[in-house]
Design a binder for this molecule. Structure first.
Ligand code: FAD
Ligand code: NAI
Length: 475
């Protein structure tokens, strides 16, 4: 029987892959997407959506929301005159809600595939070779042929030697999103994005949370003003025990749970916890892809080598998302997926890595785009910065949540916005204005001239732009 043939075959059905497939099909290309059985629904059928929908962005945000509501009901309602007593969290219901959201979204992508006529090929995709200018790909025993291949095989959690992840007592993101009860004592290795988000979830639900971080600085990628404020809120107000500059010596499991031995300065310390989350970054996933069969070039770090349009070293083979260098973020993966599909269809696509926003969904949320003040100092760029606290914002006061600020940094010579950093309620939504502004090379004066609705948190962005020119009106 003749092999199935497609214009485009995408390997991997995460945000990079499924979006690339949909866009390619929209552009009239016959398209298939191969997704392995890594994630399956209760009927055992392949689930699309990759890390993001199954064990990443979506489930973590569902748990963050539930735990935040519990925290508010327990501690914040009282300031509005609402008294509560006996507030309880049923972890099983919280998890079921999370699972339902995941199920709804992942099956929604199958619906989008049907609507756009993308063929889903369940199985493991592996390069076999190339004949007659067509790539041959094995999908769990069946060969398909493609003129173009988009590799979107994503990433997996980095594990540490000597720390065996069983996803019961010692968990990476997969187990950490499915605890069956609130651990009394939770240990976390790594004070990065996952450590802070999931550490926050369980802290709000009553765990004693200790986060052990190797680096001496807290949240080094964020603007220092933001990381300083975040440190204060997380450690002093919320009681997260974050220890910096540590070195893990040994991790053991036993009847008492997990014992972590670590060095802190000259001391050796022991952390006893009921569960441990290991969140020390992610690594690109190319295992079993057959890269060696076709000479697909990988970097020593394991990422697939690509140019600015996500072309690999092989003709008509592209790679997008976490498997290529750049921020490991779902929206960056999707942008690359769209760009590649459009390039294949003969259009021009682009992804501007300089305006990819970062968001950490703790409370307060942290969001930024562009350069930090310390980066600009290191690069010797002259800048002006304006910073406005939410304490000076009427909407924030009304909401009873005035933590944090908006900081805008603009070029001293041209006034072009170089970076915007927000810590506070709804930072994830507020940052969008800054991303638009930076994508269109706007100046702080441009934002200053835009009418912002009153009373809104977005007025803090407006005031920050005025503060760049030392003419804030309400601070
Ligand atoms: P993935 O989502 O990893 O998808 C790759 C897919 O390819 C998988 O489904 C895998 O099964 C499949 N696959 C791999 N190899 C093969 C093969 N050979 N054959 C067939 N299929 C294969 N990002 C954000 O932007 N916002 C967030 O809030 C956020 N939260 C996160 C929370 C957590 C806990 C984690 C772990 C990550 C989070 N991320 C977040 C990161 C985000 O999940 C990733 O950046 C995103 O999923 C990357 O998309 P991708 O398509 O490149 O890869
Ligand atoms: P991360 O890179 O954000 O943080 C890892 C932390 O672990 C770093 O601070 C690092 O210094 C520390 N670390 C590394 N080795 C260590 C060791 N041996 N001992 C102690 N600490 C050590 O990685 P994380 O949190 O695992 O998340 C992975 C990625 O997933 C993120 O970088 C991000 O790309 C994505 N993600 C995005 C989210 C979002 O957008 N809101 C949420 C969660 C994850």
């Amino acid at each position: 029987m003749a092999n199935k043939q497609f214009d485009v075959v995408v390997i991997g059905g995460g945000p990079g892959g499924y979006v690339a497939a949909i866009r390619a099909a929209q552009l009239g290309l016959s398209t298939a997407c191969i997704e392995s059985e890594a994630y399956a629904d209760p009927k055992g059928e392949v689930r699309l959506g990759g890390t993001c929908l199954n064990v990443g962005c979506i489930p973590s945000k569902a748990l963050l929301q539930s735990s935040e509501l519990y925290e508010q009901a327990s501690h914040s309602f009282v300031m509005h005159g609402i008294s509560t007593s006996g507030v309880k969290m049923d972890v099983a219901t919280m998890m079921k809600r999370k699972d339902n959201i995941v199920g709804q979204l992942t099956s929604g992508i199958k619906g989008l595939f049907k609507k756009n006529k993308v063929t889903l090929l369940p199985g493991h995709g592996k390069f076999v070779g190339r004949e007659d200018e067509r790539w041959r790909i094995d999908v769990s025993g069946e060969t398909v042929e493609a003129t173009h291949v988009i590799v979107a095989t994503g990433s997996k959690a980095r594990h540490l030697p000597g720390i065996p992840v069983d996803n019961k007592l010692i968990c990476d993101n997969v187990g950490a999103l499915s605890f069956d009860s609130t651990p009394k004592r939770l240990g976390v290795i790594g004070a990065g994005v996952i450590g802070l988000e999931l550490g926050s979830v369980w802290k709000r639900l009553g765990s004693e949370v200790t986060i052990l971080e190797a680096l001496p600085d807290f949240l080094g990628a964020a603007d220092q003003a933001v990381s300083k404020e975040a440190w204060k809120v997380f450690t002093q107000k919320q009681g997260l025990n974050i220890q910096l500059g540590i070195k893990i010596i040994k991790v053991e499991t036993g009847k008492k749970g997990v014992t972590v031995e670590y060095e802190s300065g000259d001391e050796t310390r022991t952390l006893q916890c009921d569960r441990l989350i290991v969140s020390v970054g992610r690594v690109p996933h190319t295992a079993g892809l057959g890269a060696e069969n076709v000479g697909l070039e990988l970097r020593p770090s394991g990422y697939i080598n690509v140019d600015q349009n996500c072309r690999t070293n092989l003709p008509n083979v592209w790679a997008v998302g976490d498997v290529v260098p750049g921020p490991m973020l779902a929206h960056k993966s999707m942008e690359e997926g769209v760009m590649v599909a459009e390039c294949i269809a003969g259009q021009k696509g682009h992804v501007n890595l300089d305006t990819v926003p970062w968001v950490i969904y703790t409370h307060p949320e942290i969001a930024w785009v562009g350069k930090t003040e310390q980066q600009l100092k290191n690069e010797g760029v002259e800048y002006r910065a304006g910073q406005i606290p939410f304490a000076a914002n009427g909407r924030a006061l009304g909401q009873g949540d005035t933590t944090g600020f908006v900081k805008m940094i603009a070029c001293a010579k041209t006034d072009r916005i170089l970076g915007v950093h927000v810590i506070g309620n709804n930072a994830s939504e507020l940052i969008a204005e800054a991303v638009v502004a930076m994508e269109f090379n706007a100046s702080s004066e441009d934002i200053a001239r835009i009418c912002h609705a009153h009373p809104t948190l977005s007025e803090a962005m407006h005031e920050a732009s005025l503060a760049v020119d030392k003419r804030a009106l309400h601070f």
